[in-house]
Write a new protein. Structure first.
Ligand code: IMP
Ligand code: MG
Length: 182
């Protein structure tokens, strides 16, 4: 069932992932992260802007001591398709050398954004580097970038809400919805 939110855009009436499902999934991801890190301090690197709500909930759900920094990447391309050319719009403020880095992403789609971020971070010699994404679009992957923690997997379709945008809109929806006709 599709409902019209703006004249030009149609979002699914029912959420693909409800706020409650997201909260429950984050609880179990956090438990998995706590087991894996054994209390070692984590440096979460949130990739702006899409992961701002996810990282806010994840950092409150883990019990492992955690520090946080932010990176802002821009990928050239259309609103819905990454081109693979990545620009660092805002770099980290902290050194990641010898830190246990956990990259927190909104969506891994082609994997091009993450692949280029991963090699940039590995050059800075962290003690370890893992990747956590809220959404995995496995069928769209064109790189073999390893993803260690996955919130939800979907095949395709463009989604918005809970931080995810379409041309900067809909980030504030508390749940995740499918955009029709993209
Ligand atoms: P990739 O480089 O193709 O993996 O692109 C990943 C980035 O594209 C994500 O971090 C998102 O910012 C954006 N993206 C990909 N699919 C979607 C979607 O369905 N909704 C919103 N943003 C998306
Ligand atoms: Mg985005």
């Amino acid at each position: 069932m599709i409902t019209s939110i703006t004249p030009n855009l149609k979002l699914s009436k029912e959420p693909l992932f409800s706020a409650q499902e997201i909260a429950e999934r984050i609880k179990s991801l956090a438990a998995q992260i706590d087991r894996d890190y054994h209390g070692q301090e984590i440096l979460m690197i949130a990739v702006l802007k899409g992961s701002f709500l996810f990282v806010a909930d994840l950092i409150r759900a883990v019990r492992t001591p955690t520090i946080i920094d932010f990176v802002r990447l821009a990928s050239y391309g259309s609103a819905t398709q990454s081109s693979g050319i990545i620009e660092v719009r805002k770099d980290l403020e902290m050194s990641i050398k010898d830190k246990h880095v956990l990259v927190v992403e909104d969506i891994v789609d082609s994997g091009l954004t993450l692949e280029s971020l991963r090699s940039m971070l590995l050059n800075r010699k962290p003690a370890s580097l893992k990747i956590c994404t809220l959404i995995n679009k496995q069928s769209q992957r064109i790189t073999d970038v390893p993803v260690d923690y996955i919130g939800f997997s979907i095949d395709d379709g463009f989604i918005v809400g809970y931080g995810l945008d379409l041309d900067e809109r809909y980030r504030g929806l508390p749940d995740i919805r499918i955009v029709a006709g993209v």
